[in-house]
Write a protein of this length. Structure first.
Length: 235
């Protein structure tokens, strides 16, 4: 029987639709600041390119959290205007709009409760910024569902590095193979968890019908989860 005693969920694009919130917030903010959607698609591409580069640097401890949180707008919006007041206003309004567009992925709430009602301990393990991730969990009404919340900012190391999984084990008091991690990134979540000795489940948020040989099973939607999870823990 495969019986993980603690099930950790990733947050962004696993339980919460981060992609929708980010895109909607960027669009809404762009319209409010510049008064037109002209040039938005080009801006969004530039933003994503800059954001990925800064996150990679942050994950390797080459830059600070604020370098990502504010630098991505300093660079991307800075390509459109040199007015620092406009850039700062864009940044502040984006974070307000981003929170406004948070929503759970369909079935995510039921999946968390299914695991918990099956008698398993449940938590979140995420790379996101601490103040945003706690607010997301609170807004979704999940605070009381999660026994443990592990964030990279607190752990001092990000996925896929083993340190964050070891940090989680210190909180749960369990050995590696008594953990199951569910996430949407093969590189960050699945390979990271398996490298740390954890079991994993791949949630294919992108909808590209990808599979991971490393995962116990893969999901295209949360509606598939109860049956597949039940079979996993019963043989």
């Amino acid at each position: 029987m495969i019986k993980p005693f603690f099930v950790f969920f990733d947050l962004d694009n696993t339980l919460i639709d981060h992609t929708h919130a980010e895109t909607a917030a960027l669009h809404s903010t762009y319209l409010d600041i510049f008064g037109s959607a002209d040039g938005f698609d080009e801006f969004r591409l530039a933003y994503h390119t800059i954001n990925l580069r800064l996150w990679d640097a942050y994950s390797h401890s080459r830059i600070s959290k604020d370098d990502v949180k504010f630098g991505r707008f300093d660079e991307s919006v800075g390509q459109l205007t040199s007015d620092k007041v406009v850039i700062d206003n864009f940044t502040a309004l984006y974070y307000e709009n981003y929170a406004r567009f948070w929503k759970a992925i369909p079935g995510a709430d039921d999946a968390i409760k299914f695991v918990k009602n099956a008698g398993f301990r449940v938590g979140v393990l995420s790379n996101g910024f601490i103040e945003l991730q706690y607010l997301k969990i609170e807004k979704m009404g999940w605070t009381d569902l999660f026994e443990t919340i592990v964030l990279s900012e607190e752990a001092g190391v990000q996925k896929p590095y083993r340190g964050i999984f070891r940090f989680a084990e210190e909180k749960t008091g369990l050995p590696p193979d008594n953990h199951l991690y569910i996430g949407d990134s093969i590189e960050t979540d699945i390979k990271g968890a398996v490298s740390a000795g954890w079991k994993s489940v791949f949630f294919d948020f992108s909808g590209k019908s990808r599979q991971s040989d490393l995962a116990e099973f893969s999901l295209n939607s949360w509606s598939e989860f109860p049956d597949k999870f039940s079979r996993l823990i019963s043989f």
